[in-house]
Design a binder for this molecule. Structure first.
Ligand code: ADA
Length: 561
């Protein structure tokens, strides 16, 4: 699940990776978790309910965590419903208190159907897969549990020099009805702190905070992604002594992101973004991308001289973010939404489903130093008053949860967006040479003119999407649209226009790899895929791969001058 041990004291309860899957109309069969149901040949386009079941041996207080179930989960233990969860991309958990020691049955009903109940997973230009698509974790916990640790690194000027600090917040929850006396210690990078013994009331949650200062640490940069560990250890009082009962380790990096005028600063240095939009989608694995395939994607991004990735259009798997941390890939992570119309944003479930998605995304991913910006509501109704109200609420929620990172959203409302004053960074998805044939530099100039006169003046600008389609293997000297030759030509002109524009903080190409889309988009999506990848769904290079590699390499070299 993570690239490092999160616990040494807390006990992990092993789960058989093969569960029993029952799809209506089919006999039960052994099925891997995590995986997409669509990976089974009999269910490659299945949309609806399915039922997973497995057994486990445990007792006492048990924490049951799902890192992703697509897209709705109904969870039962020994036939008793623990609750449900909506949204394929958010981590959620249930607490089983005073479980009788022994064998227990875990049942998860999943549902990836589209209905009024689903405001975010709608028929779209990506695929809403079905199943338990990210890892499930079972842990034995005691009376008091460490929920999470959040680390906020920041610089303080001290007599002309800059000194690193880290504000560490630890959330604890009592699972007991009675009060419990506990003691907490913290290790953050080389800093250590022992809190005084304290009492937590039964069934309550408390957040402890400690500010560490450091004489000498190595900053985290994409070029030198130095990571540090933070560990909380909790002891509970038993009779006259304290016994170690829980722990939690996470990672962080000493980096500070600021927006100054039209620049995004990383530890005070202006960044130039050369990257890709990447869906979690890999040939027959769907959104349950195996770890080694995640690693291969990042290796390809590095090979392409890309320095950033946008998690279009939803929070990503924690393991992928760990890899970005380790390999110095800057991340624009965004909450789940793509192209929702005004009417879809007025779905009665939209606000709450969006609020929960943002809450889960920031609570789980707060410490990843690679994440430098939070995005929301890709190409939604930011040209309407109602839509503006939604953008306002979501940006306010993000700032409440994390004031250390800038915010943005990717707009497609070329000349009627009324929300550009809301985010810290303005971003636009533009497709000259694909959806229209306006020369790229001219179109970019027109876009900047609108931005500068409608709320976005003197803010950083990111071209969050630009690209063209190519069917893998379709080669022709006609250079017709959908040929690899045309994509190479289009991306070349597009990137030259954006990378040479000094008022742009950078670009995310749409997109890294071809992805499956819902059947509804068939008319403009040959192979039922979004074919704008520079590699296909199996990561086989198209002609454009090499031209992008060269242009990003030159851009990176120019940035160093
Ligand atoms: C939009 C959208 C992407 C994708 C793209 C395209 O910009 O944000 O998800 O659909 O268009 O391929 O047209």
């Amino acid at each position: 699940m993570r690239l490092f041990p999160v616990h040494e004291i807390r006990k992990n309860i092993p789960l058989n990776p093969l569960w029993t899957l029952t799809v209506p109309g089919h006999s039960p069969l052994p099925y891997p978790v995590p995986a997409c149901i669509e990976s089974h040949p009999a269910f490659s386009s299945y949309r609806g309910r399915a039922c997973y079941e497995t057994g486990f041996h445990a007792g006492g207080n048990v924490k049951l965590t799902f890192q992703g179930v697509s897209h709705t989960a109904f969870v039962y233990v020994d036939g008793k419903c623990l609750g449900s969860h909506y949204g394929a991309y958010g981590e959620f958990s249930f607490l089983l208190k005073d479980l009788v020691p022994g064998e227990h049955t875990l049942r998860v009903e999943t549902d990836n159907s589209f209905s009024e109940a689903s405001a975010l997973h709608v028929e779209n230009d990506y695929y809403s897969y079905g199943g338990i698509t990210r890892p499930v974790i079972l842990e034995q916990v005691n009376r008091v549990m460490i929920d999470y640790i959040h680390v906020t690194p920041y610089l303080v000027s001290v007599e002309g020099t800059k000194q690193w600090h880290a504000r560490v917040q630890v959330s604890l929850t009592s699972l007991s009805a009675e009060d419990t006396t506990y003691m907490l210690s913290l290790e953050a990078a080389e800093g250590f702190h022992q809190f005084e013994p304290a009492m937590i009331s039964g069934s309550s949650t408390v957040v402890l905070e400690k500010d560490f200062s450091y004489e000498q640490v190595t900053p985290y940069t994409p070029e030198n992604p130095k990571l540090y560990y933070v560990t909380a250890r909790l002891s509970e009082k038993a009779d006259s002594c304290f016994i170690l009962t829980d722990d939690f380790t996470d990672r962080f990096g000493f980096r500070e992101i600021k927006v100054e005028g039209r620049d995004i600063l990383w530890n005070g240095k202006k960044i130039k973004l050369h990257g890709f939009n990447r869906h979690e989608d890999y040939a027959e694995f769907g959104c349950a991308v195996p770890f080694q395939a995640m690693y291969r994607d990042i290796s390809l991004l590095k090979d392409l001289h890309a320095n950033c990735v946008r998690t279009c259009h939803y929070p990503n798997d924690e393991a992928f973010l760990d890899l970005c941390d380790e390999m110095g890939i800057m991340v624009w992570e965004e909450s789940h939404a793509r192209g929702l119309s005004l009417e879809q944003m007025q779905n009665p479930n939209f606000d709450e489903q969006s609020r929960i998605c943002i809450q889960e995304m920031i609570t789980s991913h707060y410490n990843h130093p690679s994440i430098f910006i939070w995005g929301i509501l890709n190409e939604c109704a930011s040209h309407t008053d109602y839509g503006r109200n939604c953008y306002e609420k979501q940006f306010a929620q993000i700032k409440e949860l994390d004031s250390s990172r800038p915010t943005t959203f990717a707009s497609c409302h070329f000349d009627d967006d009324i929300c550009l004053d809301l985010p810290d960074v303005v971003s636009f998805n533009i497709y000259p040479k694909w959806y229209h044939n306006t020369p790229c530099s001219e179109y970019l100039h027109l876009q900047q003119e609108y931005i500068n006169t409608h709320g976005g003046k003197d803010k950083p600008l990111i071209i969050s999407e630009i690209g063209a389609g190519a069917i893998y293997g379709f080669r022709s000297n006609t250079h017709a649209k959908w040929t690899e030759e045309y994509q190479e030509e289009a991306l070349s002109e597009q990137l030259l226009a954006v990378l040479s524009n000094t008022d742009c903080s950078g670009v995310f190409i749409w997109q890294f790899a071809d992805t499956r889309v819902d059947n509804g988009s068939f008319y403009a999506r040959p192979k039922s895929q979004n074919n704008k990848g520079v590699v296909d769904t199996y990561r086989r290079e198209k002609l454009s791969y090499r031209v992008v590699k060269e242009l990003f390499k030159s851009a990176g070299q120019a940035d160093e001058l």
